[in-house]
Design a protein around this ligand. Structure first.
Ligand code: ADP
Ligand code: G6P
Length: 475
């Protein structure tokens, strides 16, 4: 039986998480991560439904409205949180798709849970979507949903967008279930990626792993009457205008000044903002900063590094390890270099609201984005969108999707610690004129290619099956 919605988004997470308070009541908190940051403003303008998990195990709540979006929860049991979410999604796929920075783990039990939970999301989408509706499936946690949904509802138009990188075939080939994953994705009419390189990795995997004819951006499915699936890149973005507007507010600017004062009014404020994830290169960044202090190229009190790291996937082994390593490193740097009233690294293991984030961006002379691999990295775009004053410098890893678009950033290879140190020093000493020229160019790019344009481009491409090339140009 068809549902009521002409547009249905299916993502592992809802835009809000259910939080059980100490007094037994429940409240809702904005979910972490770039997927929610990007999709929330899109869905606030659309009259659609967002299907996802509410972040706790047990019976799902009834459908509800939050942050201006219709939310339809899918439930996960405690075992499924462990096997599907922490296990297959974040212990197998996440490291595999991020250049195997840590070793992926392959467990058949995790895979079985992944299949089962993907069926549940597909069923929920089939129930919510109106006849002939568009269903837009999001990210690596749900790669089997397009195929499962097409079986249930061949009338639908199905799109899939992968927010993280798609790995080269030589790495993807490790996955024992690689054929099933590709077949799952090929249930869609359009499969979108962040970068052209991700789309071509996917097309190559279709040729190599399951011997399908893939030409330019199209895969042909001989067993389905020659149905064609398109794969192309659609670099995701942010609500740039909203952030620009927020950063211009007097109260946000006052808060930015207050942050600098509270840091002891150093000459330079450096900032890192990430989920606490090993893909983000936080330890590389700290190492570079520590060496700059020990080399005497920067002085305590002259520069302060603020590292905001949202807790993430806290029961997954490699995340537990990373948290310990970061805490030890920060402790060592501060223990060695701090003086009374001068703390070189401010480490904040919290999540903050959007306004506080905007103030932090405005307070920072240098933004450090040093990911070892990152699908896009929206933080880089947020920094740029906040700097209406055309001040500040962005140090950006070349291994982010954002590097394809923000060519005026100071590019770094975060593995090259000497190069990273030089880049930081260059950013600190950049003339206001050069900083403004670079910032202007990056701001133009982010303003013109905002998240509304991303969504409109994807959804338009999904409506036009068979069109040759949907890659958006990166000029
Ligand atoms: P990812 O999706 O891998 O987490 P992105 O950089 O693409 O990385 O997106 C992260 C999003 O989460 C951004 O919108 C960023 O502002 C937000 N964010 C990251 N850390 C924090 C924090 N400590 N408090 C609030 N928001 C945060
Ligand atoms: C990245 C992923 C998202 C995910 C987010 C937060 O942005 O692409 O799919 O939601 O990280 O991670 P979490 O595991 O907390 O959902």
């Amino acid at each position: 039986m068809a549902g009521d919605y002409d547009l249905v988004v299916v993502a592992n997470r809802l835009p809000v998480d259910r939080v059980e308070e100490a007094d037994g009541t429940t409240s809702w908190r904005r979910s972490p991560g770039g997927l929610v940051t990007a999709l929330e403003p899109v869905m606030q303008r659309e009259d659609g439904a967002w299907i996802g998990w509410a972040g706790t195990h047990g019976e799902p709540p009834e459908p509800f409205d939050a942050v201006g979006v219709r939310c339809v929860p899918v439930g996960l049991s405690a075992d499924e949180v462990e096997d599907y979410y922490e296990g297959f999604s974040n212990g197998t796929l996440w490291p595999l798709y991020h250049d195997v920075i840590v070793a992926p783990t392959y467990h058949r039990r995790w895979w079985e849970a992944y299949v089962r939970v993907n069926e549940r999301f597909a069923q929920a989408a089939a129930e919510q979507a109106a006849e002939g509706a568009t269903v837009w499936v999001q990210d690596y946690q749900l790669q089997l949903v397009p195929r499962m949904l097409r079986r249930r509802r061949p009338d639908l138009r199905i799109g899939f967008f992968n927010h993280i990188p798609f790995p080269p075939f030589e790495i993807f080939a490790q996955l024992p279930w690689r054929g099933a994953i590709l077949d799952g994705l090929l249930g869609a009419d359009l499969v979108g990626f962040q970068r052209p390189a991700d789309a071509s990795n996917f097309l190559r995997a279709c040729r190599r792993a399951i011997a399908l004819p893939a030409r330019q951006s199209l895969v042909r499915l001989p067993d389905e009457g020659g149905r064609q699936v398109r794969a192309a890149s659609f670099p995701i973005s942010i609500d740039a205008a909203a952030l620009d507007e927020m950063a211009r507010r007097e109260d946000i600017q006052e808060r930015a000044r207050e942050i600098r004062r509270d840091l002891g009014d150093p000459q330079y404020v450096l900032l890192g903002v990430d989920r606490l994830d090993y893909t983000k290169g936080i330890l590389h960044r700290l190492k570079a900063f520590e060496e700059l202090l020990s080399d005497g190229r920067i002085q305590v009190g002259e520069a302060a590094l603020v590292q905001v790291a949202t807790p993430s996937r806290e029961r997954v082994e490699q995340y537990v390890q990373l948290r310990q390593d970061v805490e030890v490193t920060v402790g060592r740097i501060n223990g060695t270099y701090a003086e009374i009233g001068k703390t070189p690294v401010q480490y904040l293991h919290h999540s903050y609201g959007r306004e506080e984030m905007a103030a932090l961006f405005l307070a920072a002379d240098v933004m450090l984005v040093t990911s070892l691999r990152d699908g896009m990295n929206l933080v880089a775009k947020e920094y740029v969108a906040s700097r209406y004053d055309e001040r500040g410098a962005l140090v950006l890893s070349e291994f982010t999707g954002a590097a394809d678009e923000l060519g005026q950033a100071i590019m770094v290879n975060p593995h090259d610690i000497d190069g990273l140190k030089d880049a930081v020093v260059r950013a600190l000493h950049m003339s206001p004129r050069e900083a403004a020229r670079r910032m202007r160019a990056m701001r133009r790019r982010v303003r013109e290619h905002d998240v509304q344009r991303w969504a409109a481009t994807f959804l338009e491409a999904l409506e036009r099956p068979g069109a040759e090339n949907t890659e958006i140009d990166l000029t």
